[in-house]
Design a protein around this ligand. Structure first.
Ligand SMILES: *[C@@H]1O[C@H](CO)[C@@H](O)[C@H](O)[C@H]1NC(C)=O
Length: 309
């Protein structure tokens, strides 16, 4: 009886060890609004998984909100702007509207153009895959910053610059005051297969960047500028939590560890913790032990338990 008890204790210990160290735990997302206006984040979870809720909420200027993602969650976040409720109680937004008529999007996605942050947690090799995408256009600057994770390209991504003012006129979306509020993708503006990577252009070797997508890429080198922009735009982490910041403030640091950053893009955005991102260097040397050490400790504990029993 004592042996059985010991065995159970060891197994429980092994399991709690695994979840504490992040192998089977899920991530937290901290949404931060650094814009000088309210942003209404929208959340769309991928089909067939436990959804992340709420699916829409208001984030006042300066406010932040933490959400815990279910294990292996995947989906997208975006910011809705210029939202209001009409006299019938119908909720609509000037950009990023999800068409639900309510604060929560409840399974509906963003109407383009909208800057998207896309995540797949606990994917291939136990890694989280994430990116910021301008494939469906742009409406707000966004920064995704991992913390506490490990991996070779576990670093921040995003589109930190304001493209609403700089948007070329064929792509520009303006409000009634003639102020730029969003910037369409070339695909949405012109509907041509070569811009949409569809039809004969529906493969990585046939769909090439257009002059418009290159404009996005120059302004935001880490963000997806067209559908097959994977190589420079997909980032991965193991065991990280994430901060999603709308309108990240421009950096004060002049140090750049990434030669490819354009002058228009802050190389080291400062996030709300006061921590300055120095690029991949600082992010790679994380103290977390590799995955196999967890697996070893689990196997050892289970073997010991069986043996004692
Ligand atoms: C990050 O790693 C993934 C997976 O190995 C790879 O597909 C992607 O190209 C890398 N991204 C960057 C920006 O280097």
């Amino acid at each position: 009886m004592a042996k059985l008890y010991t065995s159970i204790c060891l197994i429980i210990l092994a399991i709690s060890q695994l979840s504490i160290q992040g192998v089977i735990s899920s991530a937290t997302f901290t949404f931060v609004n650094k814009c000088d206006q309210t942003v209404w984040p929208g959340i769309l979870s991928n089909a067939g998984i436990a959804p992340l809720e709420p699916t829409g909420f208001a984030l006042q200027k300066g406010e932040s909100k933490v959400l815990n993602a279910p294990a292996s969650w995947g989906g997208r976040f975006w910011g809705r702007t210029h939202c209001s409720e009409d006299s019938d109680g119908k909720f609509t937004c000037g950009t990023g509207d999800c068409g639900s008529g309510k604060l929560e999007c409840a399974g509906a996605g963003a109407t383009p153009p909208a800057t998207l942050a896309e995540f797949t947690l606990d994917g291939d090799g136990g890694m989280d895959f994430f990116d910021v995408s301008l494939v469906d256009g742009y409406n707000l600057p966004m920064l995704v910053a991992p913390s506490g994770g490990s991996g070779r390209n576990c670093t921040y991504t995003g589109c930190m610059v304001d493209l609403n003012g700089a948007c070329p006129s064929p792509l520009k979306v303006m409000n009634s005051d003639g102020e730029g509020v969003a910037c369409k993708s070339a695909c949405e503006a012109f509907g041509k297969p070569e811009d949409c990577c569809s039809g004969a252009y529906g493969a990585p070797d046939t769909c090439k960047p257009s002059s418009y997508s290159q404009l996005f890429k120059t302004a935001c080198p880490r963000a997806y500028s067209y559908a097959y922009d994977d190589k420079t735009s997909t980032f991965t982490c193991i065991g990280a939590d994430y901060q999603v910041t709308f309108c990240p403030p421009p950096t004060t640091s002049k140090k750049s560890t990434e030669g490819q950053e354009t002058p228009a893009t802050p190389a080291t955005p400062e996030i709300s913790t006061g921590m300055v991102y120095e690029g991949a260097d600082a992010m790679e040397t994380d103290g977390a032990p590799p995955l196999y050490t967890y697996i070893y400790s689990a196997i050892a504990a289970v073997t010991a338990a069986v043996f004692l029993w």
